[in-house]
Design a protein around this ligand. Structure first.
Ligand SMILES: NC(=O)c1ccc[n+]([C@@H]2O[C@H](COP(=O)([O-])OP(=O)(O)OC[C@H]3O[C@@H](n4cnc5c(N)ncnc54)[C@H](OP(=O)(O)O)[C@@H]3O)[C@@H](O)[C@H]2O)c1
Length: 359
């Protein structure tokens, strides 16, 4: 078994890491870590709200009881030489300090944005850009680390790139217009969105989100060679909003293709996307990457976010655009804390084990 630590274990993403790893066939949870606020307590104690005493568990089913008794260590004191891999779910500011400290010793799979835009850091999306793993060799060489930092994309980018990748491959892509309707959990537990702000409401702005979607999509869909990574020359217009949904980011997408894209061919490209990756049989892999609905009332967060335990990307409302020639429109839903964060990061780690980068 490979030894794993979860840093930021008390947060929304950290809780999902616990669920994704507690019965994992390859990784064993060796340590949980968080800020000094939580350090020194058991996991169960650290999750209690200091004012009310209520347990703040947001990830769905509770983990097995023995995990409540694990000690929470201070992330900055964690000795990473004890682990094969650190799963990091901390804020970008903390990640900027902590992750290089760990990467000197072992692999770091991160959901934070701190290193996503560095030239020697790939933004790995399982099934989409496997050839980008070669940047990890460059990173190790340049930084002199035994390990590396491999971040996931922002949760809003995940469903978008998984659906754009087959369009790019089969028809070429020119431009994308996307409007997101993002879940409350995407804002995290601390510094999150107040129920009072969001009930009976919609917030039309999420700081820095649209820029992240633009940069990350072009990087993930870019070409990677020995010379480095060249971002895809794609025009992207994004509007990111927050809606009163607990989990699951929904996005309305208009993609302008270079070649004509008949709907039947688009549907087939979606349905078959990721087949080779699925055949690897990795433990956290979805059985089908993109599930397409014909029912025009789908996808809906409540009905579809847990499709394949939150690992499937669910598409509906597939139609030809009425304003632009070669415009394909659809709605996509992706579970932001599962495929969009923790379980997607675990899947990326499984892929890196398969490729010999971990273990
Ligand atoms: N929520 C999502 O849907 C989502 C999706 C994709 C990516 N992400 C990214 O994943 C990361 C975690 O997000 P989240 O939603 O889980 O946030 P969160 O609920 O606010 O949790 C933050 C975690 O980081 C820990 N932490 C904060 N400052 C720290 C420090 N200085 N040292 C060590 N630990 C520290 C917190 O520990 P304490 O309990 O001790 O404060 C907590 O465990 C962020 O970078 C976020 O952008 C989130």
């Amino acid at each position: 078994m490979l030894k794993a630590a979860i840093v930021g274990a008390t947060g929304l993403v950290g809780q999902q890491f616990v669920l994704a790893l507690q019965h994992h066939p390859w990784f064993r949870i060796e340590a949980l870590a968080a800020s000094r606020r939580a350090a020194g307590q058991t996991y169960g104690e650290a999750l209690r709200d200091p004012a009310s005493g209520a347990r703040q568990w947001y990830a769905g089913p509770e983990p097995e009881a023995s995990l409540w008794d694990l000690p929470v260590e201070a992330a900055e004191d964690l000795d990473a030489s004890r682990f094969d891999v650190v799963f990091s779910g901390v804020d970008a500011e903390a990640a900027r300090v902590l992750e290089p400290q760990y990467a000197k010793h072992c692999a770091v799979i991160s959901t934070a944005s701190a290193f996503r835009y560095d030239d020697d850091v790939p933004i790995l999306v399982p099934g989409v850009n496997p050839e980008h793993v070669q940047l990890l060799d460059v990173q190790r060489r340049q930084r002199g680390w035994r390990g590396f930092i491999a971040p996931n994309p922002n949760c809003t980018t995940v469903g978008l790139v998984i659906t754009l990748a087959p369009l790019q491959r089969h028809f070429g892509l020119e431009a994308v217009v996307m409007t997101s309707m993002q879940a409350v959990s995407g804002a995290g537990r601390r510094g999150g969105v107040l129920a009072l702000d969001l009930l009976d409401n919609l917030i039309p702005y999420i700081p820095n989100e649209e820029e992240k979607v633009r940069r990350e999509t072009c990087k993930i869909l870019g070409r990677c060679s020995a010379a480095g990574l060249e971002p895809a020359p794609l025009r992207i217009s994004a509007t990111c909003t927050r809606v009163p949904v607990l989990d699951g980011h929904t996005e309305s997408v208009l993609a302008l293709t270079q070649q004509p894209a008949p709907l039947a061919a688009v549907r087939e490209a979606f349905a078959r996307f990721g087949e080779d990756f699925v055949r690897l049989g990795l433990p956290s892999s979805p059985r089908q990457f993109i599930v397409v609905h014909d029912d025009p009332f789908r996808p809906q967060p409540r009905l579809d976010r847990d499709c394949d335990d939150g690992m499937a990307t669910v598409v509906g409302r597939l139609r030809a655009d009425t304003a632009f020639e070669r415009g394909v429109q659809y709605v996509v839903l992706s579970h932001n804390t599962k495929m969009g964060a923790a379980k997607g990061a675990v899947l990326a780690a499984e892929f890196l084990v398969h490729r010999g980068y971990i273990g």
